[in-house]
Design a protein around this ligand. Structure first.
Ligand code: TYD
Length: 213
């Protein structure tokens, strides 16, 4: 596996535990003598971070379509500027904290722009780059809201949306994991934290064993 490089993405609704599990995944990667590079979306490049401030600013209201293209602009920049060069290095695992499935679920389903259309926008270079494996951390919307409340964070523009919106986002993720079972691994993220990570680890090890190493 030291002769290959891998692209891995993490997906999930708010408070699904992505950040925690990404950190544990990075430790696992290092234990396997692989190198890890993490990029978050939107962001990760100078242009992308500027786009992020626009997208998450609660005082701004970009139209659904303009928000979608801002996400795509950030992504295209990230792929070209960071992901392609990183994947040139053998033994490299490039980890993406959100990627195209976020746009399909949030803009396609949540905002109602159409999942198929958003997916189609990822048909062409460089947006046609797909992860080798995606960990979708599934929690119910109620669990997400309970955790958000407990965390007591200041809410950004997207977190202010209502329950129906997140139900649509979650359903879209669930549909995507059925549509692309080879790539998207559904992880029950309401389980105790150790169990969740163990499931991620098992899926990753199965992926490596499955001829990807
Ligand atoms: P962030 O604070 O990074 O949230 P999280 O820690 O949950 O990832 O904010 C990213 C927000 O942007 C999140 O609410 C999901 C949203 N988003 C989209 O709506 N579409 C996209 O394509 C991406 C990448 C993110």
């Amino acid at each position: 596996m030291k002769n290959s490089s891998f692209l891995v993405s993490f997906e999930g609704i708010e408070c699904s535990g992505k950040s925690t599990h990404i950190q544990s995944f990075i430790s696992l990667i290092k234990d396997q003598s692989l190198s890890a590079q993490l990029f978050r979306e939107p962001g990760a490049t100078t242009i992308g971070e500027k786009i992020r401030t626009i997208l998450l600013d609660p005082t701004l209201e970009p139209s659904e379509t303009s928000a979608l293209f801002l996400f795509l602009a950030s992504r295209a920049q990230l792929i070209t500027e960071k992901v392609f060069p990183a994947l040139e290095n053998k033994g490299q695992v490039v980890i993406l904290d959100r990627y195209l499935d976020s746009s399909i679920a949030y803009q396609g389903a949540g905002e109602g722009l159409g999942e198929q259309w958003v997916e189609k926008l990822h048909d062409h270079f460089p947006l046609d780059l797909r992860p080798h494996i995606t960990f979708y951390l599934d929690i119910s919307v109620q669990c997400s809201f309970d955790r958000m409340k407990k965390r007591g964070d200041a809410t950004d523009r997207i977190e202010k949306k209502d329950k129906d919106y997140f139900e649509a986002v979650r359903n879209s993720y669930l549909n995507l994991s059925t549509k692309f079972p080879e790539r998207i691994k559904l992880i029950d993220a309401e389980q105790p934290i150790d169990k969740v990570f163990n499931d991620i680890k098992e899926q990753w090890e199965a992926f490596l064993k499955d001829g990807h190493a």
